[in-house]
Design a protein around this ligand. Structure first.
Ligand code: 5GP
Ligand code: ZN
Length: 144
């Protein structure tokens, strides 16, 4: 499923056309509770400007969006005293994106079995320092 700007759930939420549990709003950013509440306080932070995902996000939109994240994270921490907090952003369907308007998930963590988990396999044994440098250089050469 994909949404265009004119038929975008999160654009409508940011505009107040669809109800949401608002946590914070300013000129550029809107934060509200994720309806799924993976853990208590699970919050989505979105730019008011439509961007499908990170690949279509202009620098100034990213800057304004992330600028608000530390204080929102701190407010969640001060409210519910989680043991930790994950910040997650899914881009494209294979990575778990289901709403195609850029959003950051702020997921407070309350310990094992709290509802959130990510498989995080490590492969240090498969890459030596030369391999890592090759990969880093390949990516670096694509930075525009
Ligand atoms: P994604 O899977 O794209 O990273 O995250 C989309 C999130 O939007 C999901 O966690 C889902 O629960 C949340 N979501 C989907 N529809 C609504 C809605 O109508 N209201 C709210 N508050 N959250 C929604
Ligand atoms: Zn949108």
């Amino acid at each position: 499923m994909s949404q265009t700007k004119d038929d975008c759930l999160f654009c409508k939420i940011a505009a107040g056309e669809i109800p949401s549990a608002k946590v914070y709003e300013d000129e550029d950013v809107y934060a509200f509770l994720d309806i799924s509440q993976v853990t208590k306080g699970h919050t989505l932070v979105i730019p008011k400007t439509h961007a499908k995902n990170i690949y279509e996000t202009p620098d100034d939109v990213a800057e304004k969006l992330f600028k608000q994240v530390p204080k929102l994270a701190q407010a969640i921490k001060d409210t519910y005293q989680p043991e930790g907090l994950n910040i997650l952003n899914n881009n494209e369907e294979p990575a778990g994106q289901s709403v195609f308007h850029l959003h950051l998930h702020l997921i407070p963590r309350y310990g094992k079995g709290d509802g959130f988990g990510a498989v995080w396999k490590t492969h240090e044994d498969k890459y030596n320092q030369d391999d890592l440098q090759t990969i880093a250089t390949e990516i670096n050469q694509q930075i525009k």
